[in-house]
Design a protein around this ligand. Structure first.
Ligand SMILES: *Cc1c(COP(=O)(O)O)cnc(C)c1O
Length: 365
């Protein structure tokens, strides 16, 4: 990858994934079946053995997980606004109301003090996002949830294998959702998984996934078709075996960028990692002055970057009429300053040096 532009994300799909898909296609059993069941069991090993239910996207995982946890009309769920819209959309789709709170500036995750201040008599849950692969402060959030009798949900769509105090994210919440979209740390094409605190919730998610049926034509509740295919699960099973190595490579790349950028571009604020956090660098996100200009200069230098997120969810057209004059200054500032640099595991050392040199030049200009 030393020729041409360096992409900001790059799904790694190899011969083993192709062989696994071929095996499924030859079997003739392409819809949800044994590969999905095996994928769920193998994923469970990453989240302390909790029951897992695979679905067709991270958004479905959030939506079905919240429904299975009993969230519905009249309820409030506290969420960050500095996230992908799917976090809040999943709440709205249950009929509940997302209550947006600010983030803390160092790790870009919800600020526990803001969460505590937002609790009302209608609040039923808190849903932090482990943004960019950095876990939210699960000690503080668990304490708030317990103090007020609230559920704790996790949007872990960007945080496969991230840890808080040595425990994997996904193993803290009443439900947690992961995504397997191609730009995430592992992929199934499209896909997601719900991690459930217990078998009762998992059974409910399974029903919701499949028209409310456990036995065919014995529909118990009204549900969706949000099943994962065996084709997708077969890809995911291979990807799971590679995820630990990729994660270590992301972490090595991040350490390299930390050190080199500190020397070459001291005005760039590199990502901080909280004391009890293990960051898996779904994104390597820095703050720079004149972000849009820096991004344009990097593009000219052949370094693709991303801005996650330029507009806070509460200011999106789909939310503006619900949130009115809500002011979240730390979020707004992050939206103006953040830029995500390539950190993915297929970067060569030459690529990394090109990124550092281009950033130094773009910031100095
Ligand atoms: C990707 C993502 C989602 C949604 O996942 P999809 O698989 O794209 O539906 C939800 N929340 C966050 C924070 C994400 O990054």
């Amino acid at each position: 990858m030393t020729e041409g532009a360096i992409p900001v994300a790059r799904p790694l799909i190899g011969d083993e994934e192709r062989a696994a898909v071929d095996r499924v296609l030859r079997s003739g059993m392409v819809v949800q079946g044994p590969e999905v069941a095996a994928f769920e069991e193998e994923f469970a090993a990453l989240v302390e053995g909790r029951p897992c239910v695979a679905v067709n996207s991270g958004t479905s995982a959030l939506h079905l997980g919240l429904l299975a946890a009993g969230v519905g009309p009249g309820d409030e769920v506290i969420v960050p606004s500095f996230t992908f819209a799917a976090t809040a959309n999943a709440v709205v789709l249950t009929g509940a109301t997302p209550v947006f709170v600010d983030i803390e500036p160092d790790y870009f995750c919800v600020d526990p003090e803001a969460v505590a201040a937002a609790v009302t008599s209608r609040t039923v849950g808190i849903m932090p996002v482990h943004l960019y692969g950095h876990p939210a402060d699960m000690d503080a959030l668990r304490a708030i949830a317990d103090r007020h009798g609230l559920a704790l949900f996790e949007d872990a769509c960007q945080a496969h294998l991230a840890r808080w105090r040595g425990r994997p994210v996904g193993a803290f919440g009443d439900i947690a959702a992961f995504s397997f979209y191609p730009t995430k740390n592992m992929t199934t094409g499209e896909g997601g998984i719900v991690v459930c605190a217990d078998e009762t919730v998992a059974r409910k998610v399974r029903l919701l996934r499949n028209q409310g049926m456990e036995r065919r034509y014995a529909n118990e509740i009204v549900g969706f078709n949000t099943r994962m295919t065996d084709i997708a699960a077969a890809i995911g099973r291979v990807q799971l075996t590679k995820l630990p190595g990729w994660t270590e490579q992301r972490q090595r790349n991040a350490r390299y960028l930390d050190t080199e950028l500190a020397n070459a571009a001291p005005d760039v604020v590199v990502p901080k990692v909280a004391e009890h956090a293990e960051h898996v660098y779904h994104q390597y996100t820095v703050r720079v002055p004149d972000r849009d200009e820096v991004q344009a200069r990097l593009a000219e230098a052949g370094v693709s970057t991303g801005v996650y997120y330029p507009i806070p969810v509460h200011r999106l057209p789909s939310y503006a009429d619900r949130t009115g004059s809500l002011d979240l200054p730390v979020t707004e500032r992050a939206c103006r300053e953040v830029i995500s640099l390539p950190v993915h595991p297929s970067l060569s050392s030459t690529d990394l040096d090109r990124v550092v040199a281009a950033v130094a030049k773009a910031v100095a200009a």
